[in-house]
Every structure is written in structure tokens, then in C-alpha cells.
Design a protein around this ligand. Structure first.
Ligand SMILES: Nc1ncnc2c1ncn2[C@@H]1O[C@H](COP(=O)(O)OS(=O)(=O)O)[C@@H](OP(=O)(O)O)[C@H]1O
Ligand SMILES: Nc1ncnc2c1ncn2[C@@H]1O[C@H](COP(=O)(O)OP(=O)(O)O)[C@@H](O)[C@H]1O
Length: 208
């Protein structure tokens, strides 16, 4: 019996089927691929391309997209610092469940604060948290501005926009960094390829 947060007198219920069995069924080792970066840096593009590539190879993944989750699970949260922290915490917990289910969980969120990303990493102890940093210059993200949000932020119509008047803390110890080469951004397929190569080398995609 234990107390966790505001929940008292609670018990952990074991499941008859375990994570290892589910991973075996799916012929893969589960993990969380956590994609972080500025708005417009290509997080969703990479998440979609990676998910499709994994599917083609016979690996099951699921994308948790920050924007999409804010339409449901996180619709009560805004963009002030404590809301972003709670957003990341909840998505970290959901990602942990997907990894426990045996899937390759792809989380795609700005997740601007280092301590929040590190807390998610700590939730996944067996080094199964793979942080992917979309290291694209702000100027490129702002040029892309597919939703017109940077324009609104520059005009002062959105307050606390990441990269403009709210901080983005780049990772210090990410597993993968996606960046421009000779001033050119890799194609979506090439970005996904970098992650797939990493997953392959670390044995996540092996068919046992
Ligand atoms: N103030 C502010 N700052 C940053 N982003 C903003 C803001 N307001 C709205 N948006 C839109 O919300 C998307 C980011 O949501 P996230 O859940 O990924 O953000 S966070 O991780 O909690 O910081 C983000 O989507 P992406 O462009 O896909 O990153 C924006 O479309
Ligand atoms: N590798 C890429 N090459 C060219 N354009 C890209 C690439 N990645 C993303 N884009 C474009 O940049 C814009 C922002 O990408 P998106 O994936 O929505 O970023 P984020 O999810 O980080 O906000 C989109 O219009 C997308 O088509």
C-alpha cells in the first residue's frame, strides 16, 4: 500500500502479460524517441517520416504530437512555464506507457526546458530515452513560419513565444542532433534515416 501525490491507500496491480512478452510479439525493443526543437524546426515532419519508415520496415511506432495532444489530453494547459512543465510531464508519462506497451513512441514537442526533458529521461531508466535535437537556426524556422505564429509573435500578438520572448534551452547530452549541412537542411527522409540508423545500431529494430 502506498501514497503517491494526492492518492492514498493505493496498490500496484501487476499485469499477467509483461513488457518483454509484448516486445517479443512485436519483434522490437521499445523506446521513446523524444524530438525537441523550436516551432518550425521540423519536429512533426521528422516524426511523420520516421513513423512511416518504421512501419514500412515492420516496426510499430506511435506519434505523440504536442500540438495534437493540446487538442485533448492537455487542452487545459497554456504556454506559461508551469503549464509547459505539466505538458511535458504528462506526455512523458504517456510515452512511458506506450514504451511499456512495446512500441517505439515518438514524442514531438518543443519541450523548451532542459529540466523537464531530463525528468522524462529519468522516467525511462534503461537508457531507452533517445533525445533528438532539431538544431535548426531561428532564422530558418521564422522564414518557414508555416502557421504564421512567428509573425504574430514579432508583432506582439502572441506573448511568450518560444525563441522570441520565451527561452529554448538546447540539450547538452542528446543522442541525435539533426542540423543543416553546408547550410542545407537534410530532407525529411534523410532526417528519418539518421534516427533509423541509430535505432538499428542500438538493436531496437531487431527481429528476435
Ligand atoms: N507561445 C507559444 N510558444 C510556442 N508554441 C506555441 C505558442 N503558442 C502556440 N504555440 C503552438 O503550440 C505548439 C507547441 O506545443 P508544445 O506542446 O509542443 O509546446 S511545449 O512543449 O509545451 O512548449 C507549436 O507547434 P509546433 O510549431 O509544431 O512546435 C505552436 O503551433
Ligand atoms: N527537412 C525539411 N526540409 C524542408 N522543409 C522542411 C523540413 N522539415 C520541415 N520542413 C517544413 O518546415 C515547416 C515546419 O515543419 P514542422 O515539421 O511543422 O515543424 P515543427 O513541428 O517543429 O513545428 C513545414 O512547412 C515543413 O514542411
Amino acid at each position: 500500500m502506498s501514497t503517491v501525490g494526492n492518492s492514498t491507500n493505493i496498490f500496484w496491480q501487476e499485469s499477467p502479460v509483461g513488457k518483454l512478452e509484448r516486445q517479443k510479439l512485436l519483434h522490437q525493443k521499445s523506446c521513446v524517441v523524444w524530438i525537441t526543437g523550436l516551432s518550425g524546426s521540423g519536429k512533426s515532419t521528422l516524426a511523420c517520416s520516421l513513423s512511416r519508415e518504421l512501419f514500412t520496415r515492420g516496426n510499430l511506432s506511435y506519434v505523440l504530437d504536442g500540438d495534437n495532444l493540446r487538442h485533448g489530453l492537455n487542452q487545459d494547459l497554456g504556454f506559461k512555464a508551469e503549464d509547459r512543465t505539466e505538458n511535458i510531464r504528462r506526455v512523458g508519462e504517456v510515452a512511458k506507457l506506450f514504451a511499456d506497451a512495446g512500441l517505439i513512441c515518438i514524442a514531438s514537442l518543443i519541450s523548451p526546458y532542459r529540466k523537464d526533458r531530463d525528468s522524462c529521461r529519468a522516467m525511462l531508466p534503461d537508457a531507452n530515452f533517445i533525445e533528438v535535437f532539431m538544431n535548426m537556426p531561428l532564422t530558418l524556422c521564422e522564414e518557414r513560419d508555416p502557421k504564421g505564429l512567428y509573425k504574430l509573435a514579432r508583432a506582439g500578438k502572441i506573448k511568450g513565444f518560444t525563441g522570441i520572448d520565451d527561452p529554448y534551452e538546447p540539450p547538452l547530452n542528446c543522442e541525435i542532433e539533426i542540423k543543416q549541412k553546408a547550410g542545407v537542411c537534410p530532407t525529411p527522409g534523410a532526417m528519418a534515416g539518421e534516427v533509423v540508423t541509430y535505432l538499428e545500431e542500438k538493436g531496437y529494430l531487431q527481429h528476435q
